[in-house]
Ligand binder design. Sequence first.
Ligand SMILES: [Zn+2]
Length: 303
Amino acid sequence: MKHYESISFFEFQRNYSTEDACREKLFKLRWPEGFTCPHCGNTTYYYHSVRHLYQCTECKYQVSVTAGTALHRTKIPLVKWFWAMYLITSDKRGISALELSKKLELRYETAWTMTHKIRKAMHDRDSHYDLLGVIEIDETFIGSPSEGVDKKGRGSEKIPVIVSVSTKDAKMLFAKMQVVESVNKEEIKKIVSTTIPKGETIKTDGLNVYKSLTNQGYKHERIIISGSDMNANELLKWVHIIASNAKSWINGTFHGIDRKHLQSYLDEFCYRLNRRFHENELLDRVITACANSNGITYAELYG
Ligand SMILES: [Zn+2]
């Protein structure tokens, strides 16, 4: 297996050891051409060093580097945010909120919320990409702890997830995993129509739920497994590898995830997988993703 090459602790510390260094990075991402007032478009400002606000010299509008991003209204030091992004990206196993809370001296709830905001930014980034070429699609089921199943009040349920992988010359390009209520035609139609442009080729097994893809404007290769010499793992190779890796990752790092939040963890898994050839850029890309994400609201997280 390929060695995971993220940037070193030392390089991270050289770049982001102070609030000023982190703020400067966010400033550059937000205003690559220099400050521009979001209110009037003027390009000159005063910097309030106590409140860390940039005030437009024309209209007096005040803005912070984090306003409207994944870090909107945060009270956590930027250094801790950057550490969180580093720790999430520097190991392909990721990091649990509990581990993060210990390492960064944060309350568990705070660490948990931060990881979800970072994952939302990852999701936003990946949602810009369509799946192209030959796309393998299959369903898988991920075990999740649930309440009220057995007499002790705990059990597990199997959550259906649709795995779609774009491939070219039998090599994997880009993957998406989506949690669904159940595996049915409507869910498949919705996923396919929002992630795959018409005219592309979709490869599935013989399950009925995939039958109407040709009517939706796709080339459809249906693989009937019974009677074939190969098994399902070989016929839809990439979806099976990815589903199996995602399950190992969830069990290894998080020890099971409930239904409500599974999507967010799968977003993190796919984000890292989709950038597997750019590991040394991962931190930079996640900082950029956070600076460009509009964040997640309290209601979306806890509602
Ligand atoms: Zn202004």
